[in-house]
Design a protein. Structure first.
Lengths: 887, 377, 232
């Protein structure tokens, strides 16, 4: 222990800069990993808590697959033997604001009219989970514990009476609700006050009749839970006849038999699930999202292992003579290796600890972004409470430690292998052995071959992780090319540098060759960081352009109309038929497309069934199909056969193609439909099945409309049509009326938001690489102290020394970034054509971006040169004599 | 008057709406209604059977009340099976939701094991939605979950099923005597004021047979039951603190029903009344002046702390009838758990006494409300 | 039974390969040094005397022949056993002292004990005692680069002796010193005698060698003279 402290830890303290760089490298890697896992874990946990809270003590549930199921199912479910209690649930997510409805302003008043982006005056910015329950059967589930307002000091019996009175009011009086204490406190709401919810865009004031006492519900959805009578929920949200769930209490020993019985009883629109089941489904959705981010966070860790490796290897070289002495004094090989490992362990422990701290801080930010993305993509409610999951924290710490020790292993073994005699006799040597260039080259070739092989394998077998394996091999392969590239760069650059920058530039270029082993790890780190940067840019850029083109070409409606809150409430939204007809009759309107959709579950995966007006699409839209067929042909065929169109991602996920027959879990019973075409669609990665509104109405017994697309007659003014439509809606219904351009902007904004985290992670990987450059260069310069001293003694000016170091570091950056561009191009192809294809099934038109590559190269050269500034200053500033004195 | 008007009152008054003014519109013929639109019980009312067994949703409150004494395998039991329908303020008119509640249904089921000295009780409340509970207004049938009371296809027999977690009672009740209407002109007045009354009739002696399933055994049981059916929309008077209600089936073939409404000031509501039914089915109205009820003992509930009278002497000077009423079991208290949580005592009693020196015996049921010390209703 | 020799060489040959050319550093040396003997090996630079010392310390291995310490053939030991032998039985004073720059003087001295798993406090106490013995107690907390050559030399001697080796090897102990060389030789001899160690000193200085009881002269890797001095 003493030895470890003296010989492993003290050196760390003696060069705090280098230690800090290593520690930071590890910390950033760990932090990113931890932040991403914590954030997505917290989002999931919040969801699962909400599910638990709204599930009460139920141990089996009948859950709607999509837009509710027929409520008469309830009577059959509750009659099953083994069912001890059954509670019907209507559950809707809706936007709301505290207080009553705002006085209706005149239609001309600007606040009442949605602006071009569809924003309305009053802000409905609370997302509420509205639970419609039947108080009479709630007792076993412990959800409806109500109090009438502020908790008095009155007797128990009095408060029981109050609770009963409150419950009665919910039962008898329409538009009454109970809210959580959390929500009441947040907005200073009291019993008797109002809370206005948006129901299909109509602000509907609800009177607060009671306060929910149940503890579990206080935190669900961050307390944004509202309980109403089940009738109220159906009335307000137009969900009469439908239930979203039946929560069951089943004798535990009969749960399996009840479940099996339900399996026979239930229509395709409902499923029997254990309460955990629902979390599982969302977990699956979130997993793909989290996996991508985790893969990115591994890149940061990967880059930092280069850094650790380098630090350790340099430490071995620098202290080679010490090792010889220790060996001569009687330290065994193993002890020497352990010494270096414990030095690494110290860095690992510090880095991991710092990483956990940093990660926890980062996670708060990430949670906002991740949460928003999850909300946008999957309608999962947002949370702001971060959960410090001990498992994630320990995995993070383990990762940091493991990466550090792993990357220190080689240098440690090399240290152990130091022969005492030779070292003492020959003094210090830079490297123990020349780099095995040939072996590295072979390894690189093998790795790149494996990359191609696993990419091809993934494309033929559709096994998603193959794509990641392929990316991994690409990264390893290109990293292994780094030493060769460094030598090549040195050879190429030295004469050129000499001619351009004089002897000091030539010396700088040559220094790369002499320190190739160290320099090439930095080059490799840069390669990986730049590679990811370029690859992500190319991927996201290609993707964004594809989406943009898709919107521009296929989304042809002039005005898109949906009630405010539609994106929150989803299928629990409907527009009155007279409004739809009214829109059709507006002067200047050529056609109106209607939209109705429901989530469905097929093969255990989420998808969407969507009814639109195919006739309108055929005559006015520009849908584009993978077969290359003309939209008119495909849509006519679908209209004639009553068949469906599936999105590319649906076709990919469910392995269907044009001409196949599909069995849809429709509300009216399983329906077999023919796939008439596969269309390009980037609106959801879950996959969509599109059909004519009439077909949808028939299959789902549902002819309601959620939203509209208005096609304006040629020559008519879209803006005046918009005004006319807003007037038609009247002031009592809040609508987003979005012009085509606005929709495009919005889609792209959501798109960009989705990749925010990606950029943050990318930035961190680059930061780690830069740290590596700084610390390695510093070490290299210090190591060459004698040589620099000699140069100074022989007449090199400070400026010349500085230039020498800058040339060296600049070349380092150039080599790394050039190699990184190559790696990036290859990775981009993998991301677009293999990984994205496997995960989402989207066709993305690949487009290389030389601009980005140039920028990356320029950036890296400048950054590396800047990173070299400090060591250059250091080198130039050292007195010649001092440098010489150091043996 | 009976019973669980409590429920109606608790429910309507505790909420913020429409308890108040009754009869704002009664002046207008034909049928006066409450502010909430419920029809008031006003004379004259002519009962018609079997139609009047069925539900009367136009009235706010309604109950079907069966009590009786059973014997099987040498053991004696008392039972009570009651269905209540309480009309809610009509605020959800026009709702398209099947769950929109116009009424709430309650069931109370109690079994007194006379030999085993044990009292069992269960209760539940449901909204009449999707057939889970209900009261048919055309043909007599009321039900809640599996429990029901209904008129058999023969138009005479009342079929009952009472389901508790630990016992089930399935009975067929035959009308031993025709229905007896209480009060005058088809109206039983509870307190002064138009509509503070109910339509109230009884089937005072119903030969009963059926099955009691309890503790894994199924017993064939026989005995006699009493059915009350009452409906009205009147408000409880604010001056009342509760009531004591007695039903007695004498072994000589006569029946007696008496109730006294207790006033908060300690007195008795002058409108308290009763009915005596002769063996041949003829009945006479009894006013408060015709009877005297005196408690002879007390029982304090360890469960709720309510202090009930326990054991009475009943004097009917006009009939020269003097009775001693003794509970078969002191603890026959029902503490309901469903909405509102009413607490009352309702139990089987044994009756013995004299009439003009001749010994009379009988069985009965007594209901006591308003003894919990808190708000009476 | 006679005790085995403290150090024996038997036909030891050591050849170094420098690229294409071989250098024969030690060419068939056989000699035996008795326990407690104070021996000097002298010769010019390149005569192979330092190599001989490294072979004796087990930090180099002979190309052929056998080196025995306390009768144990070094070739029969694996690296760890050899390391332990060095740690437990042998002390070396190096020409360039080879003090570890990061540790202060007493820590440097205590190091061999700690490598042998001694407790830190014991090791430091022992180091302090030895430093007192070599007259370096006032500099115990100094870092090596602040020491003068003589002080470094004495620190190196203290370190070599701290674990009470049976065999003390010294490589040019006076080589880097201009003055007070005699003092160091005295120190080696006295302390060696006090601790009962066998001392083998490599030196190019005849003056230093004169202090030894036995002087072995080497030239071109061979022993050319081996004589007892008057001091025996």
């Amino acid at each position: 222990m003493t030895i470890t402290r003296w010989l492993a830890l003290r050196p760390l303290l003696r060069s705090p800069g280098r230690t800090l760089a290593s520690v930071l490298g590890v910390a950033l890697g760990v932090a990113v990993f931890v932040a991403i896992r914590l954030a997505s874990g917290s989002a999931l946990a919040a969801f699962s808590d909400t599910v638990d809270a709204v599930t009460g003590r139920s141990n089996l549930q009948v859950v709607a697959r999509g837009d509710g199921f027929d409520e008469t199912l309830y009577t059959r479910v509750r009659a099953l033997p083994g069912v001890q209690a059954a509670a019907p649930v209507v559950q809707v997510t809706a936007l709301a604001r505290p207080g009553g409805i705002l006085p209706a302003s005149a239609p001309s008043a600007p606040s009442a009219i949605p602006n071009a982006d569809g924003d309305t005056g009053p802000r409905y910015d609370e997302t509420l989970l509205v639970l419609g329950l039947d108080a009479f059967v709630e007792a076993p589930f412990f959800r409806m514990e109500l109090a009438s307002g502020e908790r008095g000091k009155g007797s128990l019996s009095a408060s029981e009476g109050e609770a009963a009175a409150a419950g009665l009011r919910l039962l008898a009086e329409p538009r009454t609700i109970a809210i959580t204490r959390t929500l009441a406190t947040r907005h200073g709401l009291h019993v008797g006050d109002s809370l206005t919810v948006l129901a299909s865009g109509v602000p509907t004031p609800m009177s607060i009749a009671a306060v929910i006492e149940s503890e579990a519900l206080q935190q669900a959805m961050g307390g944004n839970v509202v309980i109403t009578d089940i009738a109220t929920a159906q009335e307000v949200f137009g969900r009469e006849g439908r239930l979203d769930r039946v929560d069951l209490l089943v004798a535990p020993e009969r749960r399996d038999s009840v479940r099996a019985e339900l399996g026979r009883l239930l229509p395709p629109t409902a499923a029997a699930e254990l309460p955990q089941g629902r979390t599982k489904q969302v977990e699956n959705m979130v997993r793909a999202f989290a996996l991508n981010l985790t893969a990115l966070s591994f890149i940061a860790v990967f880059v930092s292992t280069f850094l650790i490796f380098n630090t350790m290897a340099m430490s071995v070289v620098r202290r080679r003579r010490d090792i010889g002495v220790l060996r001569a004094l009687g330290m065994t090989r193993g002890a020497v290796a352990r010494l270096w490992l414990s030095e690494a362990a110290a860095i690992g422990v510090l880095g991991s600890a710092l990483g956990l701290l940093l990660g926890t801080l980062l996670a708060r930010g990430a949670l906002r972004v991740v949460g928003r993305t999850l909300t946008d993509l999957y309608l999962v409610a947002q949370t702001d409470s971060l959960r410090l999951d001990p498992f994630t924290l320990s995995v993070g710490a383990g990762l940091g430690l493991f990466a550090t020790l792993g990357s220190a292993l080689l240098p440690a073994l090399e240290a152990g292998a130091t022969a005492p005699g030779a070292t003492l006799r020959q003094g210090q040597r830079i490297e123990s052995q020349p780099l095995p260039l040939k072996a590295l080259g072979v390894a690189a070739a093998v790795s790149l071959a494996l990359m191609v092989a696993s990419a091809l394998w993934t494309m033929s077998t559709h096994i998603a992780w193959g794509g990641f394996a392929s990316a991994f091999f690409a990264i390893v392969g290109f990293s292994l090319l780094a030493p060769g590239a460094t030598l090549a760069m040195s050879s190429l650059a030295a004469p050129l540098a000499g001619r351009l920058g004089g002897i000091e530039a030539a010396l700088g270029a040559r220094a790369l060759r002499e320190a190739v082993a160290r320099a090439s790890t930095v080059v490799a780190a840069l390669t990986v960081a730049v590679g990811m940067l370029v690859a992500l840019h190319v991927m996201v850029g290609s993707f964004r352009r594809t989406v943009d083109t898709w919107i521009t070409q296929t989304i042809k409606g002039d005005l898109y109309v949906e009630p405010v809150g539609h994106r929150t409430s989803g299928s629990a939204t409907s527009l009155p038929p007279e409004l739809v007809q009214g829109a059709r009759d507006l002067p200047g309107v050529a056609a109106v497309d209607t939209y109705r959709g429901t989530p469905i579950t097929m093969n255990g995966l989420l998808a969407f069934a969507i009814g639109i007006d195919l006739r309108v699409q055929r005559d006015h839209g520009h849908l584009s199909f993978t077969s290359g067929e003309d939209a008119h042909t495909v849509l006519t065929r679908a209209l004639e056969s009553g068949g469906v169109l599936v999105s590319e991602s649906f076709a990919h996920r469910h392995r269907v193609k044009q001409g196949d027959t599909l069995t849809l879990p429709a509300a009216g019973g399983a329906a077999r439909v023919r796939v008439e075409g596969v269309l390009f669609d980037y609106s959801t990665d879950a996959g969509a099945v599109l059909m004519d509104a009439a077909t949808y109405a028939k299959l789902w017994n549902d002819d309601r409309t959620e939203s509209l697309a208005l096609y304006v007659k040629p020559g008519a003014n879209a803006d005046s049509v918009r005004m006319a439509f807003v007037a038609l809606c009247g002031p009592e219904r809040l609508m987003h009326v979005t012009p085509n351009a606005g929709l495009r902007r919005r889609v792209l904004a959501v798109f960009d938001q989705t990749f925010q985290v990606t950029w943050a992670l990318q930035g961190i990987a680059v930061l780690v690489a830069v740290l590596g450059v700084v610390s390695t260069l510093t070490a290299l310069v210090l190591q060459r102290g004698r040589e620099i001293g000699m140069l100074r003694a022989n007449g090199a000016t400070r400026a010349q020394v500085r230039r020498m170091v800058l040339v060296e570091s600049g070349l380092l950056g150039l080599t790394g970034s050039l190699l990184g561009c190559g790696a990036g191009a290859v990775l981009a192809v993998l991301l677009v054509q293999v990984i994205n294809k496997q995960f989402f099934g989207w066709t993305v038109r690949f487009q290389l971006e030389p601009g980005i590559m140039l920028q990356a190269v320029a950036l890296m050269v400048v950054v590396s040169a800047l990173a070299g500034l400090f060591p250059a200053q250091l080198a130039a500033g050292r007195a010649a004599a001092e440098a010489m004195r150091e043996e | 008057m009976r019973r669980v008007l409590v429920l109606a009152m608790a429910m309507a008054c505790a909420s913020t709406f429409t308890c108040g003014a009754v009869g704002a519109a009664y002046a207008a013929a034909p049928a006066p209604v409450t502010a909430a639109g419920f029809r008031l019980a006003v004379p004259p009312y002519a009962f018609s059977f079997p139609r009047d067994h069925a539900s009367h949703p136009e009235f706010k409150t309604e109950w079907w009340y069966y009590t009786g004494h059973l014997e099987g395998a040498g053991r004696e039991y008392g039972y009570e099976l009651t269905f209540f329908r309480v009309g809610l303020p009509r605020l959800r008119e026009g709702s398209k939701s099947a769950w929109a509640a116009r009424d709430v249904m309650f069931v109370h089921l109690a079994l007194t094991d006379v030999n085993g000295k044990r009292f069992r009780f269960t209760d539940a409340a449901r909204r009449p939605a999707l057939g889970v509970a209900g009261a048919d207004s055309a043909h007599y049938a009321v039900w809640l979950e599996r429990s029901f009371a209904r008129l058999a296809p023969d138009g005479r027999t009342h079929e009952l099923l009472g389901v508790a977690p630990d016992f089930e009672l399935a009975l067929d009740l035959a009308p031993g005597k025709p229905p007896i209407a209480h009060g005058a002109n088809g109206v039983s007045q509870k307190s002064p004021g138009v509509g503070n009354a109910s339509h109230y009739y009884s089937l005072t002696r119903m030969p009963t047979r059926g099955q009691l399933r309890i503790g894994g055994d199924t017993l064939a049981v026989t005995g006699e039951s009493w059915m009350d059916h009452e409906f009205g929309s009147g408000a409880m008077s604010a001056t009342h603190s509760g009531w004591d209600w007695f039903s007695v089936q004498l072994d000589d073939g006569r029946e007696l029903m008496l109730y006294q409404l207790r006033l908060k000031d300690g007195g008795i509501e002058p409108l308290s009344s009763g009915t005596i039914v002769e063996a041949d089915g003829r009945s006479r109205h009894l006013s408060l002046a015709d009877f005297r009820i005196k408690p002879t003992g007390r029982w304090k509930s360890p469960r709720t702390g309510a202090d009930y009278p326990s054991g009475w002497t009943v004097e009917l000077p006009g009939e020269a009838l003097s009775l001693t009423v003794a509970p078969v079991l002191a603890d026959q208290e029902l503490a309901a758990t469903s909405m509102g949580g009413v607490v009352y005592w309702e139990g089987a009693v044994r009756v013995r006494g004299t009439q003009r020196g001749r010994a009379v015996t009988g069985k009965g049921y007594v209901e006591l409300t308003g003894y919990t010390g808190r708000a009476p209703f | 039974m006679n005790a085995p020799a403290a150090l024996e060489f038997e036909n030891v040959v050591k050849r170094f390969a420098f690229g294409e050319t071989d250098v024969l550093a030690v060419d068939g040396v056989s000699l035996s040094i008795a326990p407690g003997e104070f021996t000097a090996i002298v010769g010019r630079s390149g005569s192979g005397k330092s190599t001989l010392l490294n072979l004796a310390a087990g930090i180099d291995t002979p190309t052929s022949g056998e080196v025995r310490v306390d009768g144990r053939a070094l070739a029969s030991l694996d690296d760890d056993a050899l390391t332990k032998l060095r740690r437990d039985r042998v002390g070396v004073v190096y020409q360039f002292f080879h003090l570890l720059p990061g540790l202060d003087v007493r820590e440097n001295v205590a190091l061999p004990l700690l490598l042998g798993r001694a407790r830190q406090s014991d090791a430091l106490a022992r180091a302090d005692a030895l430093l007192a013995e070599v007259g370096l107690a006032p500099r115990a907390r100094a870092l090596p680069h602040t020491l003068s050559g003589g002080e470094m030399q004495r620190a190196a001697v203290a370190r070599a002796l701290v674990h009470e080796p049976r065999l003390l090897l010294a490589d040019e102990p006076t080589g880097n010193l201009d003055t007070r060389a005699a003092q160091v030789i005295e120190l080696l001899r006295d302390i060696g005698a006090r601790h009962g160690a066998t001392v083998v000193m490599v030196t190019h200085s005849l003056e230093a060698a004169a202090a030894a009881a036995r002087v072995i002269e080497m030239r071109d890797g061979r022993v050319v003279a081996d004589r007892a001095t008057a001091r025996t």
